[in-house]
Design a protein around this ligand. Structure first.
Ligand code: AMP
Length: 660
């Protein structure tokens, strides 16, 4: 067979299988067959790149990463909806419509909680997809939308122009899996599927978006050149015939039937793959819609009914405290299991001590629970009249429930943290930070490897990394012999990074890269630092009182002492890598201006700092010398005004030589 013909046949078969799988939910091709055919198509496309067509299933993830999204004007605006919160308001809406129009039928549909997008086709080919933005101007996210398998790339009917509107969402099971993975890797979690979908659709690299497995349901025909429809439901049937997956709708004609359908939809939300944040009621006849028109913001012919969040009482069995990866202690209530908005709830977060105190939640209390954003259970209120006798106000523990180290409250917030340098709850985060580029810079030992090392019980603190053998590392998943060898070499090489980086790597609160450098420059060795009092620490430029207190507290903790002992045993350098600053320019401030011939400004500044001086960018009374190169301007004038001594470049260079 001609290769062109074979490529076409493969494309058609794969696209049809994709349609059955992603749109109809009715797969007919076994996975391995699909993969085999896709591989063959990829082979042929590699041999004949000119024959790649836009509808090839291989083109769904091929797009280049972008620098930014471009703006797109919507030819038909993407309108908002008027919210209503009760069945009575639904009845009023129906009444209003019936007064304005003769006989009315309505389409009732779930309101998918995702992101609205417009998909545009020219001559039957997908050319552009854009987010809603403010309804008139959105962002071009075409490449990301291509990765959504239920969006057809080519339509059977080639209308000159067709625009449909749909809701992009992250399926609930994908969301749960994604958050589980992120939790394992210590990455921040998405609050709900909507945020996850929004974050994914706004990725500049479509390959990332492709991994997020987004889906879409189309709910409106925005524009169809060359086609006329009498009603919304007719247009939805047409959209479906073009290969889109649509939002299911029911056509009904009385307020009571609408309300019954709203209740039915509410009860079915558990079975839906997407989150539903309401039900939409729309006049079905398109000319009727034209008759009632729109306000500035919303159509008058539709409303969105918002379900009240379900609330249930339950009894507090105990209050437990979890320690997060950053060491923050989060209290939770454990309650008697209760069915709430589709799942069985056994606990709810209490955020922090302030929240507990404000609500005065006690063990034995009956509390009212609700799900925030339909996902995370929370306590709305305490039924104080049901409180048993002899209950006591709750207090957060003074020691970490995981490692026993003392806890401290953040000076600027309500969070309470564990101070344990080896606390198992924080181990993954501490290890990842320790190995990161700006800290000990251990290449090839990333978050996923760290996770396995913890699970296999091979490391209990960052120092344990230095005792790992090649065999132990080679045993890990996705770690061959060669990468294990490289990893051990990288770990060993990191021993000589110096005190500057080590102090930052230890994760002492408030000790960032800069403080690491300042402390190392001042003390030169870890032992000298460990003997410094809080006052001595505070006296150092750039070290504040709070930081000094954190450093002392860290140095005193038994876990820190153990960790330092192990690091020394491993041969990790406890000395500053950089020489101490000289004394020649101590207390002097230099300002550089004009073009210097022998050094760049940065080089000159470094030479000054190495001699204990400061390089500043503005001239003031405190300036000791101004070094003026060629074409010096306003700074030189200012120096003369303030009578600050001015040095030529030669004089400056001579001073430097004198000090050598
Ligand atoms: P709001 O943004 O709260 O005014 O709600 C309107 C939004 O609901 C629209 O922008 C759509 O993105 C979304 N939506 C979800 N499902 C539907 C639906 N079946 N019909 C109309 N809009 C929907």
């Amino acid at each position: 067979m001609d290769y062109r013909e074979e490529m076409k046949q493969l494309r058609d078969r794969l696209n049809d299988a994709g349609y059955r799988y992603y749109v109809l939910d009715d797969p007919d091709l076994p996975d391995h067959e699909y993969d085999r055919m896709l591989r063959r198509l990829e082979e042929l496309e590699a041999e004949h790149p000119k024959e790649i067509t836009p509808d090839s299933p291989t083109q769904r993830v091929g797009g280049q990463a972008l620098d930014s999204f471009t703006q797109v004007e919507h030819p038909v605006p993407l309108e908002s909806l008027q919210d209503v919160f009760s069945q009575a308001e639904v009845e009023e809406f129906a009444q209003r419509m019936e007064e304005a129009l003769a006989e009315v039928s309505y389409s009732v549909e779930p309101k998918v909680d995702g992101l609205s997008v417009a998909l545009e086709y020219r001559d039957g080919e997908f050319v552009r997809g854009a987010t809603r933005g403010d309804g008139r101007v959105g962002e071009d996210v075409t490449e990301n939308l291509r990765t959504i398998r239920s969006i057809p790339m080519v339509l059977p009917e080639k209308l000159p122009r067709l625009i449909v509107r749909g809701e992009v969402f992250m399926p609930k099971n994908v969301f749960r899996k994604l958050n589980r993975q992120r939790e394992e890797l210590g990455e921040p979690l998405f609050a709900n599927p909507r945020n996850a979908a929004a974050g994914s659709l706004r990725q500049l690299d479509p390959k990332i978006c492709a991994k997020r497995l987004l889906d879409i349901r189309v709910f409106n025909l925005q524009l169809a050149e060359g086609r006329e429809f009498a009603s919304h439901s007719e247009s939805i049937d047409y959209i479906e015939s073009q290969g889109f997956r649509t939002i299911p709708h029911k056509v009904l004609s009385s307020a009571s039937a609408i309300n019954a359908e709203i209740v039915r939809l509410g009860d079915s939300r558990e079975e839906l793959p997407f989150d539903m944040d309401g039900a939409v009621v729309k006049v079905d006849d398109l000319s009727d819609r034209g008759r009632v028109g729109s306000t500035a913001k919303c159509p008058r012919w539709a409303i969105a009914y918002k379900y009240p969040p379900e609330r249930k009482p339950s009894k507090v069995r105990e209050i437990v405290v979890q320690v997060g990866r950053t060491g923050v202690l989060t209290p939770k209530v454990v309650v008697e299991p209760v069915r709430l908005a589709g799942t069985t709830v056994t606990n709810a977060t209490l955020h922090n001590q302030d929240f507990i105190e404000e609500k005065d939640i006690r063990v034995g209390d009956t509390v009212i629970l609700q799900k925030a954003g339909e996902i995370i259970p929370e306590v709305v209120e305490v039924c104080k009249d049901l409180r048993p006798e002899n209950t006591e106000p709750y207090r957060m523990p003074a020691a970490c429930p995981v490692c026993g180290a003392p806890v401290v409250r953040d000076p600027d917030g309500a969070a309470v943290r564990c101070t344990g340098a080896e606390c198992p709850a924080q181990l993954h985060r501490n290890l990842t930070h320790f190995a990161s580029r700006d800290a000990m810079d251990i290449d090839g030992v990333g978050p996923a490897v760290m996770l396995q090392l913890i699970e296999k019980d091979l490391v209990h603190n960052p120092a344990d990394l230095y005792f790992l053998t090649e065999e132990q590392l080679a045993d890990l998943e996705r770690m061959g012999k060669k990468s294990a060898k490289n990893a051990v070499a990288a770990i060993q090489a990191s021993r000589s990074r110096g005190l500057e980086r080590l102090l930052f790597a230890l994760g002492i609160r408030q000790v960032g890269q800069k403080a690491g450098k300042v402390l190392a420059a001042h003390f030169q060795t870890f032992d000298a630092l460990s003997e410094a009092t809080e006052e001595e620490l505070t006296a150092i430029d750039d070290v504040g009182g709070i930081t000094a207190a954190y450093i002392r507290e860290w140095l005193e903790s038994p876990q820190s002492k153990h960790l330092i002992g192990r690091l020394k045993e491993a041969g990790v350098s406890m000395e500053a890598a950089e020489q101490p600053a000289g004394e020649q320019f101590k207390g002097m401030t230099f300002v550089l201006t004009g073009a210097l011939q022998r050094f760049t400004r940065d080089e000159a500044a470094a030479l000054i700092e190495r001699r204990g001086g400061k390089a500043s960018t503005s001239v003031s009374k405190k300036t000791t010398y101004v070094v003026a190169g060629e074409n010096a301007g306003s700074k030189l004038r200012k120096a003369n005004e303030l009578q600050i001594p001015v040095l030529t470049e030669d004089q400056f260079a001579a001073m430097l030589e004198d000090g050598e």
